[in-house]
Design a protein around this ligand. Structure first.
Ligand code: HEM
Ligand code: HEM
Length: 184
């Protein structure tokens, strides 16, 4: 009996790489929203002190995963499952825009601040002497958090739409992104 794992996407479902990227990023988003939740609601608590120092590193990781995901979806663009409806096309598009803009603005502000930044023990930005680059820090200050909370709403909408489909008896959409083999 053949029990193949399909790496590439197909019209019927997302392949193992797309699914792996989707769920790995969903997990990282769950973590990063725990860091922001604790920072916003329980500032200076033990939980905040534990979680907040991981915020920028997980944010950078999410940016890296997003770039791989974008490249992979481009390579698979002719064999992905078709969009369910216009709302799904627009919703997924907005998720991608926010997934890029938020860490980009965070990193831009970090660079503009002139402060060194390392992640997972590796140097990412060496920092510089002299004044901050105002437009970079202002863009980050004005939009990073705002878009960050907006994305959380979009994610809630994304999951709610899926639950609605399942409640109406249409589980095929969940199966497109859930694990399994070429036969499953
Ligand atoms: C997709 C990834 C990211 C998401 C979803 C995200 C989300 C958020 C959210 C919702 C807040 C507001 C927290 C609050 O109100 O207390 C925030 C704050 C912050 N983020 Fe991120 N972030 C991400 C990536 C990054 C990156 C890559 C950096 C920097 C390298 C960064 C640096 C910061 C800083 C310094 C703050 C506190 C200052 C502020 O409130 O604007 N974030 N982030
Ligand atoms: C419990 C959490 C989640 C569940 C159950 C879930 C479920 C799904 C399912 C079933 C699909 C396929 C929909 C279709 O084919 O039309 C999908 C696609 C997608 N999801 Fe999620 N998702 C979750 C979290 C997230 C998060 C946190 C993000 C990003 C912030 C996200 C972004 C996307 C995107 C962009 C797509 C389109 C396919 C792609 O390009 O990868 N999802 N999701």
């Amino acid at each position: 009996m053949e029990n193949r794992i399909e790496m590439l996407d197909s019209n019927a479902r997302y392949g193992a790489v797309s699914r792996g990227l989707h769920w790995a990023m969903a997990l990282a988003f769950a973590w990063i929203y725990c860091t922001t939740g604790a920072h916003y609601l329980l500032a200076d608590s033990a939980l905040d002190t534990f979680l907040w120092p991981t915020h920028k590193q997980v944010g950078l990781l999410l940016m890296g995963l997003l770039l791989v995901r974008l490249l992979w979806s481009l390579l698979n663009r002719h064999r992905r499952p078709p969009s369910v409806n216009l709302a799904a096309t627009v919703g997924h598009g907005l998720l991608y825009v926010a997934m890029f803009a938020i860490p980009f603005l965070g990193l831009l502000r970090q660079y503009g601040s002139g402060r060194a930044f390392s992640a997972f023990g590796l140097p990412v930005m060496s920092g510089f002497e002299g004044p901050k680059i105002q437009w970079m820090t202002e863009l980050g200050n004005n939009f990073h958090s705002l878009l960050g909370w907006t994305l959380l709403l979009l994610i809630v909408g994304h999951v709610a739409a899926l639950i609605l489909h399942c409640v109406k008896g249409d589980r095929a959409i969940l199966r497109r992104m859930a694990g399994g083999t070429a036969r499953g």
